[in-house]
Design a binder for this molecule. Structure first.
Ligand SMILES: Cc1cc2nc3c(=O)[nH]c(=O)nc-3n(C[C@H](O)[C@H](O)[C@H](O)COP(=O)(O)OP(=O)(O)OC[C@H]3O[C@@H](n4cnc5c(N)ncnc54)[C@H](O)[C@@H]3O)c2cc1C
Length: 425
């Protein structure tokens, strides 16, 4: 009998888990991603702040399936799904499938605000993290020796969005200011650097318990981050951030972590989408009305008694759904009926700084040093590849004892005469 074809779109947490579980099975598997590597998004902020190398949080997809008899990898962008023909259209041609697993995740949502999109920095990929790192380092270089009047704009960083990414970024920026600024730029006063975290809701880390939100806010405030809740970023022209409270802040750096929208290729009807562009799935993670298309991770929308507004868009959910889909595909080959998805929440966490983290476990919450060690352990274990785990661990140990890293390198493309942004000023 001819092997059935499973095409997986997206080599993130969900898609990669499915591919790994089907490796060695009787399915012919094709894993497609627009990048040639898996990206460990939870640690991107450390790349952006020069705490980790980009290669430590990225893993080449092909390397994972070297020697595999049934899994092939393609670097291509999926443009359209054609459910009737069971085909997908990509930048690399058209591919047929018997089963399609859509795991394209989500992208930054600027809520249609063109000017924000043009001028703010986002953090969804390793590429974004490298660009942001470059920009932040260039701002410091420009500030060094700049006239006093230009310092507020160069040294004020506004982070929009008080979810885990915004909180972790703001905390890490505060640590950079405390430990690194005065060492690398002795002429700059640490106090001249402002970090402002802006959140539209009434508390940070809205997905966590009140006590954890409060603890995160108090850690950030102690670290000198200005936290503004019930405040929105209304506009940004690259020079000034306009806030809903009427304030206008001079800043050359607005980092936007205030929303995501699911990445859906063309060909999926609006009838199966909910706001946020997520695709409605049944209890088996099949797209509504489509027996041959599975949707998992940030892209999927599944209501359950414990999750009346859909499951959270988090890595453990994507991995759990991927495991279910892969095991149901394997059960299908054995003639067994599929099992429904039930999510067991093992906890939510965020780190703010050294010895400062918050962890919500199903029955109780933790904060402080123990929570911080738990956060580090969980992230180390979850990273792809032994080499990456080792490199991240070594970086963290060095940073723990020195409060510094030596990764603040600017690799700006230079013109022939060696000009950089700094000497072009
Ligand atoms: C900065 C940041 C920090 C985060 N921190 C945490 C955290 O601490 N804890 C946590 O649980 N979650 C965290 N998340 C959320 C978590 O990363 C996501 O929930 C998880 O990655 C979702 O997995 P996924 O497989 O659905 O999508 P992803 O992991 O995003 O993978 C999607 C993949 O699809 C590919 N793709 C998209 N569109 C196409 C296309 N058209 N063609 C081809 N390929 C395509 C992308 O390149 C990507 O590789 C964080 C996210 C970000 C951005």
């Amino acid at each position: 009998m001819k092997a059935e074809k499973v095409v997986i779109v997206g080599g993130g947490f969900g898609g990669l888990t499915v591919a790994r579980m089907l490796n060695g099975s009787d399915y012919h598997v094709l894993l497609i991603d627009r990048f040639n590597h898996h990206q460990f998004q939870p640690l991107l902020y450390q790349v952006a702040l020069a705490g980790l190398e980009p290669s430590s949080v990225s893993f080449p997809l092909r390397a994972l399936f070297q020697g595999s008899k049934n899994v092939r990898v393609r670097m291509a962008e999926v443009l359209e799904i054609r459910p009737l023909q069971r085909q997908i259209v990509t930048t690399d041609g058209i591919f047929d499938y018997d089963y399609l697993v859509l795991a394209t995740g989500a992208t930054t949502n600027f809520f249609g605000h063109q000017r924000l999109q043009q001028n703010a920095w986002s953090l969804k990929s390793t590429k974004d993290a490298i660009s942001l790192r470059q920009h932040l380092l260039l701002m410091l270089e420009e500030a060094d020796g700049a006239p006093e009047s230009e310092l507020p704009g160069l040294l004020t960083i506004v982070v929009a969005g008080g979810g885990p990414t915004g909180v972790e970024l703001a905390g890490a920026l505060a640590e950079l200011r405390k430990h690194v600024l005065w060492r690398d730029y002795p002429e700059l006063q640490a106090s001249s650097m402002r970090i402002i975290l802006v959140e539209a809701g009434d508390r940070l880390l809205a997905a966590m318990r009140d006590t954890s939100s409060e603890a995160a806010r108090s850690y950030l405030t102690q670290m000198g981050v200005e936290v503004l809740t019930q405040t929105r970023v209304m506009d940004y022209d690259g020079r000034f951030v306009e806030l809903s409270n009427g304030n206008r802040i001079a800043s050359r750096t607005l980092i936007w972590t205030a929303g995501i929208v699911a990445s859906v290729p063309e060909g999926i009807g609006s009838a199966v989408k909910v706001p946020g562009n997520r695709i409605c799935v049944d209890r088996y993670c099949r797209m509504i009305g489509e027996e041959h298309i599975f949707v998992i991770g940030d892209l999927a929308y599944l209501e359950a008694p414990d999750y009346p507004k859909g499951h959270p868009q988090m890595a453990p959910v994507a991995i759990a759904q991927a495991r279910l889909v892969a095991s149901n595909l394997l059960r299908h080959q054995k003639g067994k009926s599929p099992k429904p998805f039930v999510y067991k929440n093992k906890g939510v966490m965020a780190t703010i700084g050294k010895h400062k983290a918050v962890v919500d476990l199903p029955w109780f919450s933790l904060r402080g040093g123990l929570a911080w060690f738990i956060w580090m352990a969980v992230h180390l274990i979850s990273l792809m590849g032994m080499k990456n785990r080792l490199f991240v661990f070594i970086n963290w140990v060095i940073a723990y004892f020195t409060n510094d890293s030596t990764l603040r390198l600017i690799f700006e493309p230079m013109s022939r005469n060696g000009n950089t942004a700094k000497n072009k000023k």
